[in-house]
Design a protein around this ligand. Structure first.
Ligand code: NAG
Ligand code: NAG
Ligand code: NAG
Ligand code: NAG
Ligand code: NAG
Ligand code: NAG
Length: 453
């Protein structure tokens, strides 16, 4: 006979198992986000495609050359290529001869990221896998002659604990089917039915990604894209239904409102606590997601800037998805690699303040600028972006009592402190020898036993 608890548990599990999602935003939005995603905090975004061959201006190269007629791009083509050179001609130079998925996996692991989002197809339409729906415009037919998505998925899944995710563009700038649908004001759906959806189902069934990062949606509504039907399948019946997370770029009515977590616009960083899980998708190169051969050092965000953005993001309840653009040969430039390894070395020291943390009641301090808070179990972490110039760090938000202890994460021993009158704390900063500093760039002060947790 079942005990009462067991039967309650049984009913609970049966009802959990039997949840089915309908193709409506109300139903899709009601799905709880799998917990791993909020706990992970950091992901690596990778933009790689035929645009990595010209490696100039940005991954929007083709559109800016042929549609926008951006002078910089038009002149680049006029000055360097024969007059009848087409964008498709770049594909054979997408050689990828140094692409080693295991090397990339090691680098992503060293960054401390817990998921990656790999561009399987950008707006140019070139698929980085041998899609049955992309005849001769895919990485097996031309260029690498390899299943790039497959190699990376296998290496990440076999050799790391990182979650494998894919980026996929719903629209394609120059696909004749899409252009036709657009001409009919999206009253026809030939592109969606013959291209977008078949290839999305193929991607999910073949590579089983834990993140589906949709993009290129904004010209048409989700009804046109059949997004809600697709997401209902992903959540109900796909091979990743229990682990997968998705974003919000599923149609112009969905942006920043519906789907899984919210990405809103690129580099979204609201600076205050959000009611719903969100992600700051940003790129180390300030101006581009694809690799640019002519980018000067000043175009790359510094490690200080990356960590400041990351800390602010996590403090406000977001994840950060940090982008690198590999070269057409398949290498990740040492500038990117150094940034990834620096962030990882910082996380190695400070992970208790970041991983699985949750927002505190206050996000940034009320007294000292550039101090952001997180919380892990009952400890509050004050993440300080500027090392205090004097011997005191004054914080306005914490409420102390006699049992409060303060530590600098990565440095042994307790720090002494005095209460400020009313609210707040003055932490006494000891003279720490340079070679005993736990880390560079940003520091975590752990506050235990606060009165206001
Ligand atoms: C493409 O079609 C072939 C033949 O039907 C099939 O064997 C293969 O698995 C398909 N590829 C993908 C990526 O689904
Ligand atoms: C996992 O790593 C090992 C050692 O580097 C390598 O030989 C193997 O091919 C990798 N597995 C996959 C699926 O990439
Ligand atoms: C699309 O909408 C525009 C503006 O409302 C209209 O002028 C045009 O006739 C429509 N085209 C079709 C094919 O419905
Ligand atoms: C939370 O902080 C404690 C140390 O106070 C640490 O042992 C634990 O691993 C942290 N949690 C996570 C998820 O890092
Ligand atoms: C807290 O952060 C927000 C967003 O960056 C900013 O507008 C505000 O001035 C900050 N407050 C303090 C006291 O620094
Ligand atoms: C720091 O303070 C806590 C709580 O009072 C105490 O348990 C611990 O022993 C102290 N650590 C050191 C190194 O003094």
């Amino acid at each position: 006979m079942l005990t009462r608890t067991a039967s309650i548990l049984c009913v609970f599990f049966v009802s959990v198992l039997s949840v089915r999602y309908d193709p409506t935003w109300d139903s899709i939005d009601s799905r709880p986000l799998p917990a791993w995603y909020d706990e992970a905090k950091l992901g690596i975004f990778i933009h790689w495609g035929v645009f990595s061959v010209p490696s100039f201006n940005s991954e929007w190269f083709w559109e800016r050359w042929q549609a926008d007629r951006t002078p910089e791009v038009v002149n680049f083509m006029n000055n360097n290529y024969r007059p009848d050179f087409t964008y498709a001609d770049f594909a054979s130079q997408f050689t990828a001869e140094f692409f080693d998925a295991n090397q990339w996996a090691d680098m992503f692991k060293a960054s401390g990221a817990e998921y990656i989002v790999f561009v399987s197809k950008h707006h140019e339409g070139f698929t980085n896998w041998p899609s049955n729906h992309s005849f001769n415009w895919n990485s097996m037919a031309v260029g690498p002659k390899r299943d790039i998505v497959g190699e990376l998925a296998a290496s990440i899944k076999t050799n790391t604990s990182i979650h494998f995710g894919i980026y996929h563009s719903l629209y394609e700038w120059f696909n004749p089917l899409f252009i036709q649908d657009k001409k009919s004001n999206f009253t026809t759906q030939n592109f969606v039915k013959q291209k977008t959806m078949p290839e999305l189902y193929e991607l999910i069934n073949t590579y089983k990604p834990d993140v589906i990062w949709s993009d290129g949606d904004s010209e048409a509504p989700s009804d046109y894209w059949q997004s809600k039907e697709f997401l209902a399948w992903v959540y109900n019946d796909s091979p990743v239904k229990d682990t997968v997370v998705t974003n919000d770029r599923w149609g112009k009515d969905a942006h920043c409102q519906h789907g899984g977590y919210l990405t809103c616009h690129d580099r979204y960083n609201p600076g205050k606590l959000q009611p719903r899980k969100w992600e700051n998708a940003m790129t180390i190169d300030r101006h581009s997601w694809g690799f640019r051969r002519n980018a000067p050092l000043s175009d790359y965000l510094s490690t200080e800037q990356l960590l400041a953005t990351f800390i602010e993001t996590v403090s406000c309840g977001g994840n950060m998805l940090m982008n690198v653009g590999p070269t057409k040969e398949g290498t990740i430039h040492p500038i990117f690699e150094e940034r990834l390894r620096d962030v990882g070395s910082w996380l190695n020291v400070n992970s208790e303040a970041i991983r699985s943390s949750r927002p505190w009641t206050t996000q940034n301090d009320t007294l000292t600028r550039r101090v952001w808070y997180t919380m892990n179990s009952s400890n509050v972490y004050a993440l300080v972006l500027d090392w205090p110039t004097g011997s005191t760090l004054s914080l306005g938000a914490p409420m102390t009592h006699s049992g409060t202890t303060v530590q600098l994460v990565g440095y042994s021993g307790n720090l002494t402190w005095t209460a400020r009158s009313g609210k707040g704390i003055d932490i006494h900063i000891p003279p720490i020898p340079t070679n005993k500093m736990p880390c560079k760039w940003a520091w975590a002060f752990k506050l235990s036993g606060l009165g206001n947790i």
